[in-house]
Design a protein around this ligand. Structure first.
Ligand SMILES: Cc1cc2nc3c(=O)[nH]c(=O)nc-3n(C[C@H](O)[C@H](O)[C@H](O)COP(=O)(O)O)c2cc1C
Length: 167
């Protein structure tokens, strides 16, 4: 896929993206009783009416083939103290451990992280394949937020937290 792209442009693009701060999210689905999840920073709100968002999932991710088979996916926005979950859901060797604790699993719905900053239940309504990834669009049907605003952030290849000062 990178075939044909100028390596200098590619490097510049990566350097540019290192300067883009993101929240860290665990996208979840439940397929035939099996919970699946992936760490993803590529999540964005899309429209307010209807309330909707999009997530970008790599075609090599194990959930990619299955997300097309489910009606709903979950977006769990991680709290600043949940970097260990971000690491686990990005480590293929830890697939079996991912839902060991902290998750509400009934498998009629996508797994929901009890202590997430925010959990959004989304009806998957559309998808679009582009390059290495697919974009999945979800309409939000249910949300739950946790008290204070203190999400885990990812910037310049590192996890961190927001620190705003007033002028
Ligand atoms: C901080 C961070 C952000 C990531 N963001 C995305 C993303 O937006 N989309 C994606 O497909 N993979 C993303 N990944 C990679 C996946 O989490 C990783 O490849 C994961 O192991 C795939 O799930 P699997 O092991 O079940 O295949 C990210 C990884 C990290 C550490």
């Amino acid at each position: 896929m990178i075939h044909g792209t100028d390596p200098q442009l590619l490097d510049g693009f990566k350097q540019a993206m290192r300067r883009v701060a993101s929240t860290v999210n665990v996208i979840t689905i439940c397929v035939r009783g099996e919970p699946m999840g992936i760490t993803a920073t590529a999540m964005s709100s899309l429209s307010v009416d209807p309330p909707s968002l999009l997530v970008c999932i790599n075609r090599t991710a194990s959930m990619h083939a299955s997300i097309a088979d489910v009606t709903h996916f979950g977006v769990n926005v991680l709290h600043t103290d949940q970097a260990h979950l971000a690491q686990m859901f990005a480590d293929r060797a830890k697939q079996e451990l991912r839902f060991a604790s902290g998750w509400q699993l009934d498998c009629e719905r996508p797994p929901r992280l009890a202590d997430a900053q925010a959990s959004l239940l989304c009806r998957r309504i559309d998808h679009h394949q582009f390059g290495t990834h697919s974009i999945f669009i979800g309409v939000v049907e249910n949300e739950r937020v946790r008290g204070e605003v203190d999400p885990l952030l990812y910037l310049n290849g590192q996890y961190g937290r927001a620190h705003f000062t007033r002028e």
